[in-house]
Unconditional design. Structure first.
Length: 117
């Protein structure tokens, strides 16, 4: 059994111990445990700490994209209303999922956790 890299765990939603699918039970909610090896995901304290940084990154991408589109193509306002909120939501959810999976895998790999030395 070869453990996947933390990045592969985050991007593909793999268990950091066995590489089995099923790290997430929802879009960004972790499953209670791995179906293949039984690793309890509830013992890891990932939280939502990465979300504010992701929002800043997504916000910058969206603002730059909206300004670029307006300056180069001059679309109607309703085009911006259709594109940017949907893109913002999709990027935020996708990057949150990846970040949470990556943080859980790194916590597993380094045996980090609360009140451990």
């Amino acid at each position: 059994m070869i453990s996947p890299s933390p990045l592969a765990s985050g991007v593909r939603g793999l268990c950091p111990r066995c590489g089995g699918r099923g790290l997430f039970a929802g879009i960004v909610k972790f499953a209670p445990s791995c179906r293949a090896c039984g690793l309890e995901y509830g013992s890891f304290n990932v939280g939502d700490g990465a979300v504010p940084f992701l929002v800043f990154i997504v916000g910058a991408v969206v603002v730059i994209g909206a300004v670029w589109l307006q300056l180069t193509q001059h679309p109607a306002f309703w085009v911006h209303i259709l594109i940017w909120p949907a893109l913002t939501l999709a990027l935020t959810l996708a990057l949150t999922r990846i970040a949470k999976g990556l943080l859980l895998a790194l916590e597993y790999r380094h045996q980090a956790g609360e009140h451990r030395t």
